[in-house]
Design a protein around this ligand. Sequence first.
Ligand code: NAP
Length: 215
Amino acid sequence: MNADDGVRLLLVGATGLVGRHVLAQALADPRVAAVTAPARRELPPHPKLQSPRVDFDRLPEDAEWWRADAAVCTLGTTIRAAGSQDAFRRVDHDYPLAVARLAHAGGTRTFALNSAMGADAGSRIFYNRVKGELERDLAAVGFDSLTFVRPGLIGGDRDEVRPGERAAGIVLGALGPLLPRRWRINPAPRIAAALLAAALDAAPGVHVVGSERLL
Ligand SMILES: NC(=O)c1ccc[n+]([C@@H]2O[C@H](COP(=O)([O-])OP(=O)(O)OC[C@H]3O[C@@H](n4cnc5c(N)ncnc54)[C@H](OP(=O)(O)O)[C@@H]3O)[C@@H](O)[C@H]2O)c1
């Protein structure tokens, strides 16, 4: 933490389900002095918020907001929305890694990623492999504090219709406490709180927060 005037937080993915909650919690947190949330869409104004419009294919290398204390990433898409595996990989791997490298080069020492249960660079499942490759590549960037928050199914209201996730949500929601803790639905505000805590605590080393801790 910047002892004098609070933490300067960089947040990418602030318009998404989890990112919206990270943003609201960070803006309400007295330990956070300022939030910069680069996005391709407009965010509601707030005195602590700066939200530059960006194209993640052409991120500005010299922006002053790369000089944050901590960064949180909740970027992501679906293969369906992206249109292809390559396009999915660009959003779920290449963009977060580009943000991490620019933030690290700007002096940011702490990074927290919204990853996923099953993230594994050696997985035969494409989605899990991309998430695992991102975790692996982020670990090589050199942050003092790096946290991977790995939810299972995320619970919350989305604008976008995702039939598979909705069906899974109904089944997992009905089974509720009968399920082992790691398979239960992870509410978006709970995931957001874990990401923000990791960003503010800045505990040295690499940390994993599993789905059983996101209930
Ligand atoms: N869905 C699940 O149950 C689940 C489970 C485990 C892990 N996860 C992972 O958790 C993370 C957060 O999930 P979420 O549900 O909060 O995501 P979400 O609601 O879909 O939000 C994704 C964010 O990424 C941004 N984004 C997507 N495509 C982009 C592009 N081409 N260029 C720039 N920005 C782009 C969105 O911006 P716009 O608003 O501009 O689109 C939004 O801010 C994701 O990485 C996801 O893979 C999801």
